[in-house]
Ligand binder design. Structure first.
Ligand SMILES: [Ca+2]
Length: 265
């Protein structure tokens, strides 16, 4: 099997960058936040196994790296005609997720818990570059990403720290595109010592779809996404970030092949 044998263990670029308000943000490494591993050039054109992430929801399917939820996975950022899929993907691969699962919970996703812990006096931001697959989600198909805190004494108990839901509703402030990924972010308030369910606990990241709002959604509809980052914006900037979106819709430079992306559907 191809699968994981040819890994591209690209490190996640950790760069302190400027954010809204001119303040700097310290980055927290997200292993495989760019979905470069494992190599997705399997016989299926995708890998359902995603290194460093736990996937859940859909019936398992083995593309070569072992059985993993077929509701989400990674693929090479190329179209069937070898043209570039997204013009601003990070690295060679991006991730996809179906908007609806066949499982009763109707929730498909992936998550990982970082080694880093939440600190008081700090706000936390998670950023994801999001785009549309060839089979675009409907306006009622939500794509959600969030930060959560895990109680080590009771791992089933989680506290959501920051959350953002994106829908494909043609929003003018940040339209989704099939050829360009747009950055979305969720940012927490500045944590205080009173946040006892969060401070001192490990930082979790979850990305999921739950099509409960659209019972007519079909599994073939997908969001694509890449470049999951976590950082700690300065408190003065955190409030601005709560409303900030970075919309840089790229021109469609080429004709895109929407059909038959080579992904399993
Ligand atoms: Ca990537």
């Amino acid at each position: 099997m191809v699968g994981r044998s040819v890994r591209r263990a690209l490190g996640v670029a950790v760069v302190a960058g400027a954010v809204a308000g001119g303040a700097s943000a310290a980055s927290i490494a997200v292993p495989n936040g760019s979905f470069e591993a494992p190599d997705a050039r399997t016989p299926f054109g995708v890998s359902t196994k995603i290194d460093n992430w736990t996937t859940y929801g859909e019936a398992p399917f083995d593309t070569g790296g072992g059985p993993a939820s077929s509701g989400t996975g990674v693929f090479r950022n190329v179209n069937p005609d070898d043209s570039v899929n997204f013009d601003n993907a990070t690295g060679a691969q991006v991730a996809y997720i179906f908007t609806k699962a066949s499982v009763p919970t109707n929730r498909v996703g992936l998550e990982q818990v970082l080694a880093a812990t939440y600190q008081a006096g700090t706000a936390y931001a998670v950023r994801v570059d999001v785009g549309l697959a060839g089979s675009s989600p409907g306006a009622n198909d939500p794509f959600t990403f969030q930060l959560f805190a895990v109680d080590p004494a009771n791992p089933g108990v989680r506290t959501v720290v920051a959350t953002r839901t994106v829908v494909n509703d043609g929003g003018a402030s940040n339209p989704l595109s099939k050829t360009h990924l747009n950055e979305y972010l969720a940012v927490s308030p500045v944590l205080t010592a009173a946040d006892t369910a969060i401070v001192g606990r490990r930082i979790g990241i979850e990305i999921f779809t739950a099509a409960g709002s659209d019972p007519n959604a079909v599994a073939g509809r997908q969001y694509d996404f890449d470049n999951v980052r976590v950082d700690t914006p300065e408190p003065a900037a955190a409030g601005e970030l709560a409303f900030a979106v970075v919309a840089a819709l790229g021109r469609r430079r080429r004709r895109r092949v929407d059909a038959a992306r080579g992904r399993r559907s």
